[in-house]
Design a protein around this ligand. Structure first.
Ligand SMILES: Nc1nc2c(c(=O)[nH]1)N[C@H]1C(S)=C(S)[C@@H](COP(=O)(O)OP(=O)(O)OC[C@H]3O[C@@H](n4cnc5c(N)ncnc54)[C@H](O)[C@@H]3O)O[C@H]1N2
Ligand code: MOO
Length: 141
């Protein structure tokens, strides 16, 4: 009986790495990449909301304390908005996260009274519902 690492070493000693070859993607099934593939740009190119809801700074909120809704960001918005402690912004899926915010709560898990937002999501973590720059596809840096 030999150990797994001994077996791995025997395999390693009996195979050699092939030289890389160029081929069409359509013919590459079953092959292994010679090196990592990177995109020309990060996707998404900016931090954006993955949900319709409200963006805010996680550390500035306490669960039972209402936040002031100070603005709105729709997908495609280029409006500069800065969220301060105790504030939140209405946000829609794909819209850029406002400056100062790091978390989005889904609208289903809130209640809103005029411009006051109450978060009703016990399981919400810092960074929830946010797609960070390059989180889907990464640019080579
Ligand atoms: N609070 C929540 N936010 C989000 C949820 C959720 O459950 N709660 N789900 C997320 C998921 S999952 C997805 S996916 C997205 C969906 O939002 P989208 O804005 O991407 O999609 P829609 O609201 O359906 O809007 C699509 C829009 O496009 C129109 N349409 C459809 N086909 C065409 C076409 N060929 N040409 C032009 N326009 C087209 C369609 O009529 C709609 O108006 O939400 C997350 N957020
Ligand atoms: O409904 Mo959506 O699950 O991201 O496509």
């Amino acid at each position: 009986m030999i150990t797994v690492s001994e077996a791995k070493n025997i395999i390693k000693d009996h195979v050699s790495v092939l030289d890389p070859i160029r081929m069409l993607l359509a013919d590459a099934a079953g092959k292994v990449l010679a090196k990592d593939v990177f995109a020309p740009d990060d996707v998404p190119g900016f931090a954006q909301s993955a949900m319709d809801g409200y963006a805010f700074a996680y550390d500035s909120s306490s669960k039972n304390q209402p936040l002031n809704i100070v603005g709105e960001l729709q997908a495609g918005a280029d409006k500069e908005l800065h969220i301060k402690n105790g504030e939140a912004a209405r946000i829609f899926t794909g819209a850029p996260l406002p400056e100062g915010a790091d978390t989005v709560v889904m609208q289903e898990k809130t209640s809103v009274n005029q411009f006051e937002l109450l978060i009703e999501d016990e399981k919400l973590l810092k960074g929830s519902n946010v797609r960070l720059v390059g989180s889907e596809i990464k640019k080579e840096h």
